[in-house]
Design a protein around this ligand. Structure first.
Ligand SMILES: NC(=O)c1ccc[n+]([C@@H]2O[C@H](COP(=O)([O-])OP(=O)(O)OC[C@H]3O[C@@H](n4cnc5c(N)ncnc54)[C@H](OP(=O)(O)O)[C@@H]3O)[C@@H](O)[C@H]2O)c1
Length: 271
């Protein structure tokens, strides 16, 4: 793991954000939107060249400062470096815990090591990075954390069982944290996107062509909704009207019904 810095030409006090999973998809869109809002950035993901290309583009187009911190957050040593960065830097205003992935298939057939990696990234890394960031933020009485979850965390997700369970963890963890931090000056948000055009489906082994077009959002739209919700101080952000309606309807259904529907949809659409 190596760290690279790209200089900003802009003087004066700056806001700083750490974005995990910044090399693609929703994380890359967070980096772009935060750069537009003149945040200096620390970008984390495994693929160094993609992070460096993004960093150069944002430095040149937005005049911000960017650090690239390549790290595999499933690996304890790499994770520890990012934790130390967060715990020792009192100038970080925002942490976006975005890196995550899923594995499509039945638990009986999936490689259990892939399921473990999913839990390490979606749950363990998110908890450790949150814990590291909170020390300086609580001391300063200022800061914010966005934990990227999913609508998949709102009900059991057969054939995506571990993924849905990791996101249910993120929902519960972040809601509890919100109450712990009441009055501290530190805000937390749990972002629950639905289907979003990124590399996620390919990486999870999902055939995205079977998912109806109307169900999709763009990563930039998801991030715009999240940042607007953060400004309002909302705990939960479900981006998009269609996703909001689905969340309300599925939340009102008996658990036994919604998990059957979820399983049937997975079989029908190959989710
Ligand atoms: N797209 C959707 O439909 C959707 C819906 C709901 C929720 N989400 C959530 O949104 C978040 C972002 O996903 P996305 O849709 O943007 O997917 P994506 O396009 O596949 O991007 C995932 C990002 O995570 C990084 N990453 C993966 N494994 C990593 C590891 N071990 N260590 C560090 N970084 C790692 C990837 O970069 P490297 O490969 O370079 O490491 C990449 O930057 C995830 O938490 C996902 O669960 C997505």
């Amino acid at each position: 793991m190596a760290e690279y810095a790209f200089s900003s030409s802009s003087p004066g006090p700056r806001r700083r954000a750490v974005v995990t999973g910044a090399s693609a998809g929703i994380g890359e869109a967070f980096a772009e939107r935060l750069a537009r809002d003149q945040y200096d950035l620390i970008l984390v993901a495994r693929t160094r060249d993609r992070l460096e290309t993004l960093a150069k583009r944002l430095v040149e187009s937005r005049g911000i400062g960017v650090e690239v911190l390549p790290a595999d957050l499933c690996q304890a040593a790499d994770l520890r470096v990012v934790e130390e960065k967060l715990a020792s830097d009192p100038t970080i205003d925002l942490l976006v815990n975005n890196a995550g992935f899923g594995n499509f298939g039945s638990v009986a057939e999936l490689d259990v090591d892939r399921l473990e990696a999913e839990i390490r990234l979606n749950v363990l890394a998110l908890v450790r990075l949150t814990s590291a960031a909170l020390g300086p933020m609580v001391s300063r009485g200022r800061g914010a954390i966005i934990n990227v979850s999913s609508m998949a965390g709102l009900q059991p997700t057969p054939f995506n069982a571990t993924y849905g369970a990791t996101k249910a963890f993120v929902n519960s963890f972040t809601e509890a944290l919100y109450e712990e931090l009441r009055g501290s000056g530190v805000r937390v948000q749990v972002l629950q996107p639905g289907f979003t055009h990124t590399e996620f489906q390919d990486r999870a082994g999902i055939d995205a062509s079977k998912i109806p077009a109307v169900a999709w959002m763009e990563a930039g739209e998801v991030v715009d909704a999240s940042l607007a919700a953060l400004r309002r101080g909302d705990l939960i952000c479900v981006p998009g009207g269609m996703n909001k309606a689905i969340a309300v309807v599925s939340g009102a259904m008996p658990r036994a019904v919604i998990r059957r529907i979820s399983g049937a949809a997975a079989k029908r659409f190959g989710l």
